[in-house]
Design a protein around this ligand. Structure first.
Ligand SMILES: Nc1ncnc2c1ncn2[C@@H]1O[C@H](COP(=O)(O)OP(=O)(O)OP(=O)(O)O)[C@@H](O)[C@H]1O
Ligand SMILES: [Mg+2]
Length: 254
């Protein structure tokens, strides 16, 4: 069964950046196939990985709903939708990317969602690791057929307010039908030494810190130059920190 690594955290704290760095980690390791899933309706994981995205699962869903009779004659609906989904999957030599795109509008989406979910389930079996970059909420994860998450990485900036948002997400997890095996906190743009007040709050939340991610000027430079984070140098601070984190994550989720 594939191992699911998912991101959580409030807006703008670095979920997509960490997702891109985790993707980079797996591509450099090169042994296990990875499926990266961009579950943010405001998708930008592809961009950080230097990929052009022209179609999303949401587009397939909406186009189909607009014209359910538009299935080519003689073709089964399911086969047709699966064909369209295959076109959405972006295949790279060392990883694949599925962009979920916009969420569903009004209407009865059950049938089409069932087909898309089944397709996703079958697709996911081909990968050892799934990485889910989430929107600030947890909607995508809670809608997955299997709510299993092997490692939930909760990202916060180095601020008590950000950390308390992680605390709230953590409290909310119990209400979602998710089976979360392990959780870890990533403190982004943090100094080496965390303040006692911050550590006390971490203790209160009761989730271990998995990564202290320093501010990395390369990230700003790559963002401005619209360069893929896959091309970050090996000695980049963020690359090293996420590499160390992933060693731990892999030990925990084996
Ligand atoms: N450690 C870091 N050092 C420098 N810049 C960083 C770091 N982490 C994130 N950033 C920058 O902060 C910005 C926001 O990061 P990112 O897009 O990853 O956040 P997000 O949590 O995915 O946001 P959203 O909730 O909007 O999806 C980006 O411009 C990114 O380059
Ligand atoms: Mg993001």
């Amino acid at each position: 069964m594939s191992k699911v690594i998912a991101m959580a955290g409030k807006g703008g704290v670095g979920k997509t950046t960490v997702s891109a760095l985790v993707t980079r980690y797996f591509t450099k390791q090169g042994k296990d196939p990875l499926l990266a899933i961009d579950a943010d309706p405001n998708s930008n994981l592809g961009e950080t990985l230097g990929l052009d995205i022209d179609k999303t699962v949401g587009d397939v869903r909406e186009n189909f709903m607009k014209d359910p009779q538009g299935v080519p004659s003689g073709m089964d609906k399911i086969v047709y939708l699966e064909m369209l989904m295959n076109q959405v999957l972006i295949e790279q030599p060392k990883f694949d990317l599925l962009v979920m795109g916009r969420q569903e509008g009004q209407g009865c989406y059950c049938m089409v969602n069932n087909i898309l979910n089944r397709f996703a389930e079958e697709l996911e079996k081909n990968y050892k690791y799934l990485l889910v970059d989430n929107e600030a909420g947890m909607e995508h994860l809670s809608r997955r057929t299997s709510g299993r998450v092997d490692m939930l990485l909760m990202v916060t900036d180095y601020a008590l307010r950000g950390l308390r948002a992680v605390g709230r997400i953590n409290d909310m997890l119990g209400d979602l039908k998710l089976d979360i095996k392990h959780k870890g906190i990533i403190v982004n743009r943090a100094p080496k030494e965390l303040s006692q007040a911050f550590l006390d709050e971490v203790e209160r939340i009761g989730v271990p810190i998995f990564c202290i991610l320093p501010d990395d000027e390369n990230l700003l430079e790559f963002d401005m130059a619209q360069r893929s984070l896959l091309d970050l140098p090996d000695d980049s601070k963020a690359v090293k920190a996420v590499g160390e984190m992933m060693e731990k994550v892999q030990e925990v989720i084996v």
